[in-house]
Write a protein that binds this ligand. Structure first.
Ligand SMILES: Cc1cc2nc3c(=O)[nH]c(=O)nc-3n(C[C@H](O)[C@H](O)[C@H](O)COP(=O)(O)O)c2cc1C
Length: 741
């Protein structure tokens, strides 16, 4: 709901918002520019009487003196029957330059206030301000949800690309945007009578005036008592009319001054409502607060980028979720389908089930597992279809499911069935689905059908499961879904570096380039058939299709597309089909591969320390992160191999990164050297330093085999104990990430 609230209005109004924001940013410069052009005396240095005396000496036909919100003083005068206006120096009364409001700023202001459309445009601008307010509030709540709480709001983000840019910029700009949106909405609401307006009324003309001979303006007592910093406007009396008076406005109120006696004849202080109104205007425009204007302007400039990245996030999510037609409302649905997926294949199966149940006459609601509701009032069937990731962990769209399950209240009539999707080559086959099944059972919910596990997206197994479920619900379900294999790109091996033969750990760093022109519409249009790699980052996965139609195997990427090369680090497994195939490759050979994004395994931004831990080929993505650390944030690498002579992967590169400070410190452990240590031992030796880094908010990223990962986790648990925290807590905060195989 929060996401829809943030996404839909944002998309609809992005164009108007960008116009409002860019024009607002330009207008925000005006107060600072006005101030730079003006001479501003210190408070208490010049009184209004002194100012008026000096101005009149240079402008005998002065009619009015005005001090603008930015402090510039303008005199309006009449010389030889012709009116004029000059910006003046209040210290001398001399003119600085003719005063002419900029036609450009006036046009920008009209565009900002009304999109150049008079009252209809003003109304639209008001609506946009309210939408911006809604976006800011929903955005703040999303940020809080993403960082894991209000206290964690300033923590570095994990993730990459548009999503990260969107979140980082939003965090920087949201308070400024919130202030602009709030004050803009207030001003619009007042203009259209939705909020009461407090008109600025002055006192009535004085009934009695001395009518004596006018005294020089510089000697008038009431004007001597007003400091320039409080002054707003002085209107001069008609020449040769002894009954006329000076009309004076200050920040505190307005009144009249007798031109002969200099006495303040009538004075009316400004009402509280009018002062508040003026504050709202100043907070919106930066008038009189030039520094705030610059801050608001900088915040407004982020709106075009926020709009573009926001639309791209929305578009990607929409594409990946594949809009489900006839998706019933949660409150109405009789059958609920919850999907846990990382790479989206499980969603295809869920859509098929949705369509089939719909055809059978059920009102069906389908959503991701993270969106588990507190309860489903009308539902009698709950289907959970989920894949498993990492090492038996939840996929991205199900990571918050277990936490949300504690608030879930299942109706007595509700029956559930879990269908796991996984790959039996992983030791923890469909483990997350098994965990979910166990958790639902321990909530006391009744089972419709015992859990079934689908291996490698088997269409036959899925169809058989559908037949069984159909029998149980009394309506045949004919489920038929065979996911398309992902589109692959041809990659040509350009370079390889081989290690570890002497210590029975043959490991190769393989570097590929694109072997054919990009396929998508964009690449063709932009690159006119040049051979370009698809977008990816270090830590993403390369799916490799081994020959003879076997299922894809995944390898962590050690480079980013911006490096111009696709790099993986592969250890040859005994009897390993795909690793053996890759190890046979020679430069010039080609493979078919596809990218699977893995945004959950990325170092956080910001200056908090990053502790990278790996062993063997697990060093690949970790080196990719270090290579990208051009901002020289503190990064510590703990890595374990067998022998420094034989399998010290990336040794020359790591030396260079230490020298140029992309890598802060390197700690290696070699198990077949004299010291015979593992990476866990090095961590234990360094426990004080590691603990201190965790205290400072460090993030830990582990990459490599599961035995090493289990050993590392045990040591880290021990290190964390005195801090009264544990790996699970760090994991929940996005500070303990694993890529294990
Ligand atoms: C990096 C990675 C880790 C995986 N870990 C497991 C695992 O631990 N257990 C398992 O059964 N399947 C595992 N799988 C296989 C996926 O669960 C399987 O491919 C599933 O069909 C993906 O569905 P999805 O695209 O909807 O996420 C893993 C796949 C990848 C790429």
């Amino acid at each position: 709901m929060l996401r829809q609230l943030h996404g839909l209005p944002g998309l609809l109004v992005a164009l108007f918002l960008v116009t409002l924001a860019v024009t607002g940013a330009v207008l925000a410069l005006a107060p600072a520019m006005d101030r730079a052009a003006a001479v501003i005396p210190a408070a208490g240095e010049v009184s209004v009487a002194e100012l008026a005396g000096r101005v009149v000496a240079h402008y005998p036909g002065t009619e009015q003196i005005v001090r603008g919100p930015s402090g510039g003083v303008v005199v309006y005068y009449n010389r030889d029957g012709r009116p004029g206006a000059d910006l003046v120096n209040p210290l001398t009364g001399e003119g600085i330059a003719p005063y002419e409001p900029s036609a450009f700023f006036i046009w920008i202001r009209d565009l900002h206030r009304s999109f150049l459309l008079d009252d209809a445009g003003r109304g639209l601008a008001g609506v946009m301000a309210a939408v911006m307010l809604l976006l800011c509030i929903s955005g703040i709540l999303l940020l809080v949800r993403r960082t894991g709480g209000w206290k964690a709001l300033l923590r570095p983000f994990a993730g990459s690309g548009g999503k990260r840019i969107h979140s980082e910029l939003a965090r920087f700009a949201v308070l400024g945007l919130l202030l602009s949106a709030l004050t803009g909405s207030y001003m619009s609401a007042q203009r259209f009578g939705l909020l009461p307006e407090t008109p600025e009324t002055g006192p009535t003309f004085p009934a009695e005036v001395s009518g004596g001979k006018p005294a020089p303006v510089a000697t008038l007592g009431a004007l001597s008592e007003v400091d320039l910093s409080e002054f707003r406007e002085l209107v001069f009396p008609y020449p040769d009319d002894p009954q006329d008076v000076y009309s004076l406005t200050t920040s505190g109120g307005s009144g009249f001054v007798d031109q002969a006696t200099g006495e303040l004849l009538k004075y009316q202080p400004r009402s509280g409502g009018s002062v508040f109104q003026q504050w709202m205007i100043s907070l919106h425009t930066g008038e009189g607060l030039w520094w705030l204007g610059l801050i608001l302007g900088a915040a407004a400039l982020t709106v075009p980028v926020l709009s573009v990245t926001g639309i791209s996030i929305w578009w990607r999510r929409r594409r990946s979720s594949g809009q489900i037609p006839d998706n019933a409302d949660v409150s109405q649905a009789e059958a609920i389908i919850l999907v846990g997926s990382e790479g989206n294949t499980t969603r295809g199966f869920a859509r098929e089930l949705h369509g089939s149940l719909n055809k059978a006459g059920f009102r069906v609601h389908c959503s991701e597992m993270n969106a588990l509701a507190d309860h489903y009032p009308q539902a009698s069937l709950l289907f959970v279809l989920t894949s498993t990731y990492g090492d038996g962990d939840a996929p991205a769209s199900a990571r918050r499911f277990m936490a949300r399950l504690s608030d879930f209240r299942g109706e007595k009539t509700l029956k559930y069935a879990v269908l796991g999707f996984g790959d039996s080559q992983f030791p923890n086959f469909c483990q997350f689905a098994l965990d979910v099944d166990g958790a639902l059972a321990s909530k006391g919910l009744s089972q419709l059908q015992t859990i079934e596990l689908i291996d490698r997206c088997s269409a036959t197994q899925f169809s058989e499961w559908g037949d069984k479920v159909g029998e149980l619900i009394g309506t045949p379900l004919s489920l038929s879904h065979d996911p398309l294999p992902p589109p692959t790109v041809k990659l040509e091996l350009v370079e390889r570096a081989d290690y570890g033969l002497a210590v029975q750990a043959p490991t190769s760093i393989l570097r590929f380039r694109a072997a054919e022109p990009g396929r998508g519409r964009w690449p063709k249009f932009l690159f006119r058939g040049r051979k370009i790699l698809p977008p990816f980052d270090a830590g993403d996965l390369l799916g490799v299709m081994p020959p003879h139609g076997q299922a894809a195997r995944f390898y962590s990427l050690a480079s980013s597309a911006s490096d111009g090369i696709l790099e993986i680090c592969v250890r040859k497994q005994p009897g390993g089909l795909c690793s053996g195939y890759l190890h046979e490759l020679r430069p010039g050979d080609c493979i078919d591969g596809f990218i699977r994004h893995n945004p959950g395994f990325r170092p956080a931004t910001g200056n908090t320390p990053i502790i990278l831990i790996g062993a063997g080929a697990g060093i690949g993505p970790l080196t990719g992160f270090i290579r990208k650390n051009t901002e020289r944030h503190p990064m510590y690498l703990y890595w374990g191999g067998r022998s420094s002579q034989s399998d010290f992967l990336y040794q020359p590169e790591l030396g260079r990164y230490l020298e140029d400070h992309r890598l802060t410190a390197l700690n290696t452990a070699f198990s077949r050297s004299d010291e015979r240590v593992y990476v866990q031992d090095k961590l234990r030796q360094d426990q004080i330093a590691v603990r201190q880094m965790v205290e400072k908010g460090a993030q830990i990223l582990v990459c490599g085999g599961r035995d090493m990962a289990a050993g590392v986790m045990q040591v880290i648990e021990d290190i964390l104990e005195p801090l009264r925290t544990d790996v699970e807590t760090l994991r929940a905060e996005g500070r303990y990430l694993e890529d294990v195989y």
